[in-house]
Write a protein that binds this ligand. Structure first.
Ligand code: HEM
Length: 272
């Protein structure tokens, strides 16, 4: 039986989508007014939730916060509040644009929140799941080096394939391979995997009558496929490590723009 927690993300997404659709469809009814009552309160609550979500980067970067719960709880809370806060602000704005500074704050908020979803995807690819430790590139490299000792004798490893693998390995072992090079290496290793599977199947068919040779051949093929799987994982890691560091470059400035424009928005609406 599947655990209830397995359904929590789809259920949460469904609730968020449903409330966004209802809010959007009802916007012309003006149930909420940003200046008073529930509309005003939702602005305060949504803004406060977005301040609270900053406890995660605080917990991550500031030494004195190390004793405050395990980091993965903060990360989960960060992501939940990063969705609920903006949704409440959308209800506060009644899904409509207003003055210039509030529009800037709103757009930055939507950009930060949706970029968070992209960051979440890339983050997951370079960690052991969403709440696990970061994968060490050196571990993958070590596994590849170990499997190389076994597959170098494989009859399936032609000189061309060996030089192709050596080239890919040197590309992804660079300190910071470009996104293009990392992605190209990922695609190349994926198609080598596919090609090898087909070749192994064909060769194995020819050896069906000779059980001893067949066993030794499938053993060799398994080692080679395993080695290329590690190389593929290294390339995949290199792709998402680049995407994640580029994502940080986008996420942070937009976040600061959102912060400044939100403060200006709050000051301005209370002045006039
Ligand atoms: C308006 C809403 C949000 C704000 C203001 C916000 C703000 C931030 C800030 C300031 C950081 C720290 C960046 C750093 O350490 O360099 C961060 C990191 C992050 N946020 Fe958000 N975020 C929001 C929504 C989201 C959402 C909705 C998600 C995903 C569902 C998300 C996922 C992430 C991830 C994956 C990281 C990087 C974590 C890490 O490097 O440890 N964020 N966010």
């Amino acid at each position: 039986m599947r655990k209830i927690s397995n359904y929590s993300t789809p259920l949460f997404s469904l609730l968020i989508m449903a409330s966004l659709i209802i809010g959007w469809q009802e916007r012309d009814e003006y149930w909420l007014n940003a200046e008073k009552g529930w509309g005003y309160a939702l602005g305060i609550i949504g803004g406060s939730l977005m301040l609270l979500l900053l406890l995660y980067p605080l917990r991550k970067h500031w030494k004195f916060t190390r004793q405050w719960f395990a980091i993965h709880h903060w990360f989960r809370i960060h992501m939940i509040l990063g969705i609920i806060g903006p949704v409440l602000i959308l209800f506060h704005s009644n899904f409509q644009f207003g003055s210039l500074n509030s529009n800037i704050a709103l757009i930055c908020m939507l950009l930060v929140s949706s970029s968070g979803l992209v960051g979440r995807y890339a983050y997951q690819k370079i960690h052991r799941g969403l709440y696990g430790k970061q994968i060490e590139f050196s571990e993958l490299r070590q596994s590849f080096a170990e499997s190389k000792q076994h597959f170098l004798q494989s009859t399936l490893l032609t000189p061309e394939l060996l030089s192709q693998l050596t080239r890919i390995e040197s590309h992804i072992n660079q300190r910071k391979p470009s996104l293009f090079l990392a992605y190209k290496s990922f695609k190349e290793t994926s198609s080598i995997q596919k090609m090898l599977r087909q070749k192994t199947r064909l060769e194995a068919k020819k050896l069906l009558k000779d059980k001893v040779q067949l066993k030794s051949f499938t053993g060799e093929a398994k080692h080679l496929q395993e080695g290329i799987r590690y190389l593929n994982k290294m390339a995949n890691y290199a792709v998402f490590a680049r995407v994640f560091s580029m994502w940080h470059l986008f996420h942070l400035p937009i976040f600061f723009m959102m912060l400044v424009s939100a403060v200006v928005h709050i000051v301005v609406v209370h002045m006039y």
